[in-house]
Design a protein around this ligand. Structure first.
Ligand code: COA
Length: 257
């Protein structure tokens, strides 16, 4: 367990709150493991009707911990980051996300696997995989071009352009953009608690039906992306980009042909 993921219960709602503010909720292996365990336990516990995932009113997450990626890059699809992706992808219960402040990397792509997403209007979402020498993950290379068209998805995934919560709502990545962090948390909690009033197996079977079309293809893409991502973490391009972030300098890709 880790103190950086707080797990709270309220009626039928299980809340996972990322709580590592000094590192902008960057996700360590221990945090991924804590989240996976909580998601698996939620599915096994009939009193849990929905899960709420948040980073609080100021910051969702700055994505994978960059120091972790440099020191201990995931070696297989059983690594904590991939186990977390699998647990979220396979979750049977509904999951709601509340996003305020930065949502970087997996902080954005995991939203594509939540059932309901509420964002603060000025949340800053970003998928800087390519500038980090990496490649899209968690199905984003399949989902985003389909949702947004290739051209818009290329801006987000190839150029790594940031976008706001308001844009995420406009484009259908989020349900609604709220005025600030506290309003976002309140709205997400209110909507997540609604599941406690609904018949749970009808919710579960309906979620499964909604996910069914294209599910095998998506599962295959997530694995393919994960394998490439793991390989890319060991490339000189990625090591230069990740080291530059940690050293607070601009990455220099001029030597790569
Ligand atoms: N991994 C490890 N440490 C991280 C981190 C990450 N993903 N994101 C932020 N941090 C650390 C910073 O190194 C800094 O640590 P320090 O105080 O010990 O120097 C601290 O968190 C605060 O970050 P800082 O960049 O100073 O905050 P900011 O408000 O200026 O910017 C972000 C916040 C989230 C916009 C910025 O940190 C960022 O872009 N991080 C993205 C990292 C990334 O590329 N993630 C994707 C990985 S696939």
């Amino acid at each position: 367990m880790t103190e950086f993921v707080r797990v709270e219960r309220e009626a039928g709602l299980l809340t996972l709150c990322l709580s590592r503010p000094d590192k902008k909720n960057a996700l360590t292996r221990a945090m991924y493991s804590a989240m996976s365990e909580a998601l698996l336990a939620a599915d096994a516990d009939s009193s849990v009707r929905a899960v709420l995932l948040t980073g609080g009113a100021e910051c969702f997450t700055s994505g994978n911990d960059v120091a972790d990626f440099l020191q201990a890059p995931p070696t297989s699809l059983d690594s904590p980051v991939f186990a977390f992706m699998r647990a979220l992808f396979e979750l049977k219960k509904p999951i709601v996300a509340a996003v305020a402040g930065p949502a970087v990397g997996i902080g954005t792509t995991l939203l594509l696997h939540c059932d309901l997403v509420y964002v603060s209007r000025d949340a800053k979402l970003k998928m800087p995989f390519v500038s980090l020498g990496l490649c899209p993950e968690f199905g984003s290379s399949l989902i985003l071009p389909r949702l947004l068209g290739h051209a818009k998805a290329a801006e987000l995934l190839l150029l790594g352009e940031a976008f706001t919560g308001a844009q995420a709502a406009e484009w259908g990545i989020a349900n609604a953009a709220l005025e600030d962090g506290p309003a976002t948390l309140a709205k997400a909690r209110e909507m997540a608690l609604r599941f406690s009033q609904l018949p749970p197996s009808a919710v579960e079977v309906s979620k499964r039906l909604m996910q069914a079309p294209g599910r095998e293809e998506l599962r295959r893409v997530i694995i393919e992306e994960g394998e490439l991502f793991g390989q890319r973490l060991r490339t000189p391009e990625a090591i230069e980009a990740l080291s530059a972030f940690m050293q607070r300098r601009k990455a220099d890709f001029s030597k790569f042909g």
